[in-house]
Structure formats: structure tokens, C-alpha cells
Design a protein around this ligand. Sequence first.
Ligand SMILES: [Fe+2]
Length: 372
Amino acid sequence: MSSNVISLGEKGLELPLGALGPRYINYHWLRDNCSTSFDPATRERVFDIFHLSQPPRPRSASLVDGALEVAWEGENHISRYDLGWLEGALSGPRPDPADLPRGAWYADHYADIHRVPFAALQSDKSAVAGWLKAMLVEGVAFVTEMPDSDAALTELVHHIGLVRPTFFGEYFDVRTHIEPSNLAYTANALELHTDTPAEEMAPGLQFLHCRANSVAGGDNLFLDGVAVAEDFRTESPEQFRILSETRIPFYCEHDSYDMRSRQRVIELDEHGAVSGVTISQHMADVFDLPQQELDAFYPAFIAFGRKLQDAKYMMRFNIQAGECIVFDNHRIVHGRDAYSATSGDRYLRGCYADRGELRSAYRILSGEGRFK
Ligand SMILES: [Fe+2]
């Protein structure tokens, strides 16, 4: 290929790039992304375009052995770009191995939930990758045969990242142990919700390690917010739009804290697909939207809230001692039936991590990265 296929313009050049055909490339972008801009040891960008004394402009540009070579005006610097690299970089947003399409699930999902023994995760990276993939695609998975210890939960989280504290602390305990004499006591039902919506960034992943469960009742109720919201989009597109655009206030207030945030009931990802929901009737603040807006908001909100309770979506099960259920707190709506606390012990220990760390851990295991 001869160099005359490159045409140098005022602010960028044009050259043919394989299957992409003729491509325009901005000079700032080109100079910024010279291969010498990145340090292979730290893997960080070490070139700072803020320090260029003049807008970058080629003195010359040519094609040499499958690469674009650019000599820059006013700099004693030649950049060399592999054409295959340029073609990949210009073909669209950077591919992300953790950006997997979600698989909606329904009431009958319990038997199909991804399950992996704790010990397998300790010794087998492919078991970790399979677990993380299930979390990304389905938003829920079981880790089984968990040791009956506090340390086991921390070790489990460390496969993904660090424990993410909330304003309640790093870990929380859901424990009921009532003397048999307290016959009248009943542990109340827990309404369907996602956790801590009053935080600006509610934690992305929730871990619930069941250490004991011998009570009667107390079924766990889990449903896939993605499944419900995508169906809602089909059935009620205008109400779906309202819930995916309107930000409503949530709060959590007591003597020493006053958390407030605004969240959309339906959360969309960069593709426009539903990535999560935020529901918590006990943390919904007084809606301070214009009253006329509420004429349309409330019917949409109520229609969606009722749809969440449809038996079609409600997965019921009873978590067993030794199991840890891990789920996407922005996607999986959960609650619990009432149970009789006189009938035994029930102890769940929980904590959180973040979605970003889940995706990071999955990318590492997938082997894809800028420096791979
Ligand atoms: Fe919860």
C-alpha cells in the first residue's frame, strides 16, 4: 500500500482501514493514543495531552509494514500504530466481556439457579468464572456447603472484591432466637424490596449466608426485576417510560443519620435494556414532584408494584443452613413470608459488594484486557 492513500486534513487524516473502509481519524485522538502513551509496567496512561504546546499535526504520515507511522510537527516524536489495532479501536465502543445480555427468569427458576460449592471456588478459577457469569446474566446464584463461620463469608466476597460497607456497617445479622415460652411471637413478613435505596449508590451485590434455619414458614421470595420490567415495557410503554425517567426520593433517617437519594424505579443500561429496579415502600420518601406529574406517576407506580407481586415472577424457597445466596441488589427484588419464631432458629449474616467489582473480576478471569 502506498502512502498516498493517506490524506492529511486540517484536524485529522483519512486512510483506508481494512473492512472499515476509509476512516477519518482526529489528530488529537491519534497523538493521545500513541502506543508510547501507555506504560506497560503500571498499565497507566503516561502521556498527558494537556501538556502539548500546540495542537498535534503530522509533519508526515506513511504506511510502513502494516502500520501507520506519523511524525509530529514541533515534536521529536514518531508514533507507530498497528493497522489492526486502529481498525479495532475505530470499529465502535470497546468490547466488554462483562457486558453480557441478561436472561430474565420467572417463578420456576429455583431448580435452575446456578449452584457452586464454596470449596470449588477456592480451588478452581473456572468455577469462579461460572459463578460470576451467572451473577451477570441471571443476577442470582447459590454458593453451597459454606463453612459455618464469619470468615467464610468474607472469603467468598474476596473472590469478587472487598466488602462494601453501608451506613449500617460492613456486615449485618438477621437473627431471631426466641425462647419457646414466647408462643405468641411471629416474625413479620418482609415486604418486597431492594436494599438501601436511600444511599446515592445503593450496593450492587448482596450476600446472605444462612447459618441456621429451622423455623416453620419464612419462605424467601425472590423475583427478577428485569423480567417484570421488560414485560411491563411491552404491556404499558408509556408507564414504563415514566418509571424509567422519573426520579423519586428515598430516605432513611434516624438519630445519627439522614440518608436521602433520588432513584428511578426502573433502571436502564447504556443499551436501553432494563438493568435493575429500585423498590422499597418503607424507604420511599414523600414524593415532592409537581402534583400534576403525580397524576400519571402514581398509576404507573402502582401498576408496576402490583405486577411485581404477580405469582408468575415470584420464586419461593426456603434457604438452608450452609447456603449463601448472592444476588444483584439493583435487580433482584426480595422479601420474606412471616414465620413462627418459636419453632426454631433463623440466622442469616449478610454483606454487600459492588457491581463494578463483579464485572472487574469477571473480565480478569475472561483474559481480555488492553494489556493481554
Ligand atoms: Fe433486603
